[in-house]
Design a protein around this ligand. Structure first.
Ligand SMILES: *Cc1c(COP(=O)(O)O)cnc(C)c1O
Length: 376
């Protein structure tokens, strides 16, 4: 026996998350790979954050459940502070859900359903908590196949469902009525991950009180605060109280609480940037649509999914050499030859479009040359 034999089943097969090494690429790199916000705080806003930091007692534990921040978020989302559970990023609340709902029966692990394609982390977190992941394919236009999901729910009796709306990496939102019907059918924990809902403007936050088991997951990562690691789970007071028991105390730091509150108190810090990102997304989408050979999918989020007429990893590699980093999400099936491009600054978006256009043009020319070469 070695210590490794005691690892939970499935863990040796997992791989730890490793992202691009930004340091080696230099400061000019356009980071369009992680769906972050491209705009740092202005000098004035930074002054507000510095002031907020001055008030932080780092020798003390913060409020054990981040009450000041829950109050600020409750106002923003029009819910009660007791209906909010904070996480160090929303993925931490996902881990809490898995801990709380992951017991399963005597003989079988609990099951988690989520659509495919969606956020790869759902499967990773499920497996690392000993739950069985049950992906359910989306249809060819990346929408819910409601009948198929309903069948899967009836057959697998999952303890947990997670649907990102808008979905990552496809960018589209799902029909809230269909999600609510599925939540009712499931009658277990049904999570709608609204990490991108700020860009869509629509939310299921008004529905959780009337839909048993419905939770809404929210994140501050995509709207300018990825570095603070702040996310939340919203649900009924009773449901949140249960999951709160598995939350590690003080899981959100005093600094994150203070700066999160400061950001939410700046009337324009978040809202203005959301509007800018949506405007820039429209411009980027229009520009990408003009590149011959690209298929650009409609997006309700802060990124665009595009299908390239070539090997996606090859295209992504060329783009990096031109100083533009995008996410290669290509794999066999619905995401074949697909790249996910975060909306950046207008300059970054232009650099991305022109690098992509140039490379595809070279490809077209060489393939014509090749075809001519083959004919003679
Ligand atoms: C980015 C993202 C999140 C955010 O995770 P955080 O832990 O809040 O940073 C959650 N869900 C999806 C689908 C995402 O793409």
């Amino acid at each position: 026996m070695s210590w490794k034999d005691h690892l939970r089943e499935g863990i040796p097969e997992l791989t730890a998350l490793r992202l691009f090494d930004y340091e080696t690429a230099g400061p000019e790199l356009a980071r369009l790979d992680c769906n972050e916000l491209a705009f740092a705080p202005t000098a004035d806003e930074m002054e507000t954050f510095v002031q907020a930091l001055r008030g932080v007692a780092i020798n003390r534990y913060p409020d054990v459940s981040g009450l000041p921040l829950r109050e600020a978020l409750a106002t923003r989302w029009r819910v009660e502070p007791d209906e909010i559970l904070l996480g160090s990023g929303s993925v931490e609340t996902l881990a809490m859900l898995m801990t709380a709902f992951g017991a399963g029966g005597q003989s079988a692990p609990a099951r988690v359903i989520f659509p495919d394609p969606s956020f790869p982390y759902y499967e990773v977190v499920s497996r690392s908590h000993g739950l069985q992941a049950v992906p359910v394919p989306l249809d060819a236009s990346f929408q819910l196949d409601e009948a198929r999901i309903a069948q899967t729910i009836d057959r697998e009796r999952p303890a947990l469902a997670i649907f990102a709306s808008p979905n990552n990496p496809t960018g589209n939102r799902f029909d809230p009525e269909a999600l609510e019907r599925l939540a009712r059918r499931m009658d277990a924990a049904f999570v709608v991950d609204e990490a991108y809902a700020d860009f869509d403007g629509r939310t299921m936050l008004s529905r959780f009180r009337a839909t048993p088991g419905l939770f809404v997951m929210r994140s501050l990562s995509k709207i300018g605060l990825a570095g603070l690691r702040l996310g939340a789970l919203v649900g009924t007071r009773d449901a949140i109280a249960q999951i709160d028991k598995v939350r590690l105390p003080w899981n959100v730091s005093a600094i994150a609480i203070a700066l999160g509150c400061a950001a939410l108190a700046c009337p324009d810090f978040i809202e203005r940037r959301i509007r800018t990102v949506v405007d820039l997304r429209h411009a980027l989408e229009a520009a990408l649509c003009r590149v011959p050979g690209l298929v650009v999918y409609p997006s309700d989020a802060n990124f665009l999914l595009v299908r390239v007429p070539a090997d996606a990893s090859e295209v992504a590699g060329r783009l990096v050499r031109r100083g533009v980093l995008v996410k290669d999400v290509s794999r066999p099936g619905l995401l074949e030859r697909c790249l996910r491009i975060t909306v950046g600054t207008s300059l970054e978006n232009e650099r991305c479009v022109s690098a992509l256009g140039d490379y595809l043009e070279v490809l077209r020319d060489t393939s014509i040359v090749r075809r001519r070469g083959g004919a003679t």
